[in-house]
Design a protein around this ligand. Structure first.
Ligand code: ADP
Ligand code: MG
Length: 398
């Protein structure tokens, strides 16, 4: 789960990280009061969307010469004017794709006097199996460009889970970032605090870009991007209210309501499979025969008819889908339940593309009978290989 910058900052603040004062607003009517509650005279109006690159982003509705999604304002009046201009419009950044994202909320923040912009992120390093800091003196701009052109300017440091961030770790980070004076002393608490927040809330990524050294010499978290590990969501009831569904893929939200493991992909063959392993092999074999899957979907072990119906509807709702492959090995899952779910879904949403069904295992005979008697135009297949060839051929039109 991703959250907004203002939420990430509020969370980091509870751990003691230095963040600026700020107020999140949802309508331009709130802009004046928000700005007046801040010290001024410099304010920043920041678009809150789940994507980076907002500063250099462009609003679709405002033309190429308009300012971006993060704007410095020198008065309360300017804050109000920018808020009116930005709210409700669509911001396109490097990370949003061409469609962009609608800005539904803004963060009005105290402006900082910036001396240097640094990069600091924490992530799970799969090679060491540890949480690692990734830091660079080249913050603020596109870190991907730094990684490509000057990779030696990015330094990674894994943290031993038994000790947490040690004095030696902090010293290394301080040296790498060239911190001195007040910034170096702020760093003594900031790095352990970021690590603690990361571990305690089960983040999978925390990116502070930029972390700034201000003109007064102190450090401040100027931007914050956080993703939490969904597999740990069950132990973080307190984080649930932070979810913003307007930022998520509608199909993936629908799937999560039914507890379906669903990931949208770029191909044109919709897949309904049970078991992650079988789902992976199904995608592989579709590729082997020269086509591309439109999704990964694991309906799970003991799926109900309702769950199967929901899954089928999610697949057919994707306009890119030109054919559907149902591949079920009935163990705990029963083939007749799958068949009923498919029929129920087709009754509701219709079937305009070829459907290949391969059923095997528990109650396979009943499942096949249900499909045969339904009058649906189902192409039945005997095994995985046969099924994949049939759906690829059907989609390619021969
Ligand atoms: P994004 O990474 O999405 O572009 P940031 O929050 O990093 O958004 O903002 C972009 C740039 O705007 C920063 O690199 C910084 O130069 C400037 N900026 C952001 N917040 C402030 C602030 N509170 N005070 C002064 N400048 C800011
Ligand atoms: Mg940033």
């Amino acid at each position: 789960m991703n959250i907004h910058e203002h939420q990430a900052k509020a969370l980091l603040k509870t751990y003691g990280a230095p963040v600026a004062a700020g107020v999140a607003i949802f309508s331009a009517d709130e802009a004046e009061a928000a700005a007046k509650s801040l010290p001024g005279p410099l304010y920043v109006v920041k678009s809150q969307i789940h994507a980076g690159g907002r500063g250099k982003g462009k609003f679709k509705e405002l033309g190429p010469d308009a300012k971006g999604g993060v704007r410095l304002a020198k008065s309360v009046e300017e804050v109000v004017a920018f808020s009116k201009e930005m709210l409700g419009n669509t911001l396109v950044t490097k990370q949003t794709g061409d469609a962009g994202k609608q800005v539904n909320r803004l963060y009005i923040e105290d402006g900082a006097d910036i001396e240097r912009e640094l990069y600091c992120s924490l992530l799970v390093d799969r090679e060491t199996g540890r949480v690692a800091f990734v830091v660079s003196t080249e913050g603020g701009m596109d870190i991907e460009a730094v990684a490509e052109h000057t990779p030696d300017k990015i330094v990674s440091l894994s943290i031993d889970p038994d000790t947490g961030v040690t004095a030696a770790d902090t010293a290394k980070l301080v040296e790498t970032l060239g911190l001195t004076g007040a910034a170096a002393s702020d760093a003594q608490s900031l790095f352990p605090v970021l690590y603690k927040a990361f571990v305690e809330t089960d983040m999978s990524m925390l990116e502070v870009n930029p972390l700034i050294v201000m003109k007064d010499g102190h450090l401040r978290v100027l931007d914050a991007k956080v993703s939490f590990d969904n597999n740990a969501a069950f132990r973080h009831e307190e984080l649930k209210p932070l979810r913003d569904m307007t930022e998520e893929d509608a199909k993936e939200i629908e799937a999560s309501k039914y507890d379906l493991a669903y990931v949208a992909l770029d191909g044109n063959i919709g897949c309904m499979v049970n078991g992650a392993g079988l789902a992976m092999s199904t995608m592989d074999i579709i590729k082997l025969y020269g086509a591309e899957p439109a999704n990964f979907l694991d309906v799970g072990g003991g799926a109900t008819k309702e769950k199967v119906t929901a899954a089928f509807k999610i697949i057919t709702a994707d306009p890119a889908v030109e054919g559907i492959l149902v591949n079920i090995f009935g163990g705990i899952m029963r083939c007749d339940v799958i068949a009923e779910g498919v029929i129920a879904a087709v009754k509701e949403v219709g079937l305009t593309v070829p459907l290949v069904v391969r059923l095997e295992g528990t109650r396979v005979k009943e499942g096949k009978e249900i499909l045969d008697q339904s009058g649906l135009n189902v192409i039945s297949a005997d095994d995985l290989d046969d099924a994949a060839q049939k759906i690829v051929a059907a989609v390619k039109g021969h």
